[in-house]
Design a protein around this ligand. Structure first.
Ligand SMILES: Nc1ncnc2c1ncn2[C@@H]1O[C@H](COP(=O)(O)OP(=O)(O)OP(=O)(O)O)[C@@H](O)[C@H]1O
Ligand SMILES: Nc1ncnc2c1ncn2[C@@H]1O[C@H](COP(=O)(O)OP(=O)(O)OP(=O)(O)O)[C@@H](O)[C@H]1O
Ligand SMILES: [Mg+2]
Ligand SMILES: [Mg+2]
Lengths: 256, 256
């Protein structure tokens, strides 16, 4: 049974999508069959893997409304062993459309259940919000990976995130845990990032991944080619960091 | 009557809050009385101006629910001429709480109307979402300032943003326009940012501000001291860029 990991942080621009794409590709490279589910109406994970959002096609929106089985929504990617379940802008309307539906928080969990035997990992790329879409991802997940920039507003957001995690555990998903906290876009040269990183290590201890992701322009260039970094520039510091992270995740999470 | 400017972009982490705080402070420094309204449940603009989110106090949440007049929610800041209307985490619940209320999109517009004679500008810091809070800000605003990182996912988000703007004009706010597009965290050295900047200038032409904001660590350090950059390090490139932007905004927008 696949281990489901949600890549989540309501703070915007911390590297959720960059982590989701590149960790998923690196897990596939390590021969663990991986599914990436794009749960964000921005559909950045989809376009970052070469699936343009303007083209009308069945996507997560149809799956969550019960109009299509997950099976029929899956797309292959440029990376062998990596499958994508794409998003679309229509997802933005779901927060209001599902308000009166029964079990509105468990739609994604139910949609993904039949896929679990086929993959070692299922990664969920979350939007920068504490809305119903994000909640669906937290209810469906076994554990969370929390990308964090080592900057002031990130520290402020941690309390918000931990409170949400406790709420989800209390009401819907008692076994949900933090798989790890990932430092992203890390610029070790600044005093600010060293200071904030030290504070976050004090707070999260063992749960901080040994691998930190450096700021590396190749990670920002790769999505414009529709490729994960390891297919765009394998020798780059960004691609190497995510390959290293994949090995750390495999050791910690023991996939199916 | 104050000119109301919404600082908005659903893409996360592009510098909305950094722009809201530092542009508001720079307008106040140019002796234009300015109000900054924090419309984001993350409450980063509030904490970045030294108003910690954990302390219970009347805030925008109470104003939008009709439980308090805007007048009673205003706080002074370290910057003379700059007033803050703080946010709180409770705002995250409003998207669901206001769903059945009449005129749910015009709550902010109505709340701010009595304050307009007292300020030259009112700036609205928006959350990274296309939700009811963000919609309230777009309906209340006269014009938008759109911070953009010159990176691939930013380009993808522009079409989404323009579509939202057209929707708001058609249904609620026909006079809404784009005051300007602001390049933020710009690293002129990379080929990617030069390429994306050129594409954005082709798309937005005159509406791109002449001032671009460079990546400058002093902008990221200042909020941890509860200060805008011009009070934290006036000589920094970040503080100077926002002072320059303020003059450009005053020329374009002719405050009250
Ligand atoms: N390590 C890195 N080095 C350089 N650029 C990076 C890195 N990680 C992410 N980026 C770039 O920073 C921007 C923000 O990253 P990304 O979009 O992945 O964050 P996000 O958390 O998914 O944002 P959102 O909150 O909008 O979903 C993107 O333009 C991305 O290309
Ligand atoms: N020009 C800059 N130079 C250096 N750091 C910056 C700059 N602008 C913003 N930052 C930092 O980048 C991060 C993202 O900026 P900010 O929080 O202002 O973006 P935002 O669009 O408001 O994010 P959100 O989508 O979460 O509301 C913050 O840690 C901020 O301190
Ligand atoms: Mg993202
Ligand atoms: Mg912000």
């Amino acid at each position: 049974m696949a281990r489901i990991l949600a890549i989540t942080n309501q703070k915007g621009g911390v590297g959720k999508t960059t982590t989701a794409i590149n960790l998923a590709a690196s897990l596939a490279a390590a021969e663990v069959p991986t599914l990436l589910v794009d749960c964000d109406p921005q559909a950045n994970a989809s376009s970052g893997l070469g699936v343009p959002p303007e083209v009308e096609r069945p996507n997560l929106y149809h799956g969550l409304r019960g109009e299509a089985a997950a099976e029929t929504l899956l797309l292959p990617t440029a990376m062998e062993g990596l499958t994508l379940l794409p998003a679309s802008r229509d997802l933005a309307g779901l927060n209001l459309e599902l308000v009166h539906e029964p079990e509105r928080e468990r739609r994604l969990q139910a949609l993904l259940a039949p896929l679990r035997p086929r993959f070692g990992f299922i990664l969920l790329d979350c939007p920068p919000a504490l809305d119903l879409l994000n909640l669906n991802a937290l209810v469906a997940a076994d554990a969370l990976i929390v990308p964090l920039q080592c900057e002031y507003f990130a520290l402020e957001g941690v309390a918000h995130l931990v409170r949400t995690l406790e709420l989800v555990r209390a009401h819907w998903n008692p076994a949900l845990e933090i798989a790890g906290v990932l430092f992203t876009q890390l610029d070790e040269r600044t005093h600010l990032s060293r200071q904030v990183a030290a504070e976050l290590r004090r707070h999260f201890g063992e749960r901080v991944f040994a691998t930190a992701i450096p700021r590396n322009v190749r990670l920002a260039e790769a999505p414009s080619h529709g490729l994960p970094a390891l297919l765009y520039d394998l020798k780059s510091r960004g691609a190497e960091a995510y390959l290293q992270l994949a090995h750390e995740v495999i050791q910690r999470e023991h996939p199916a």
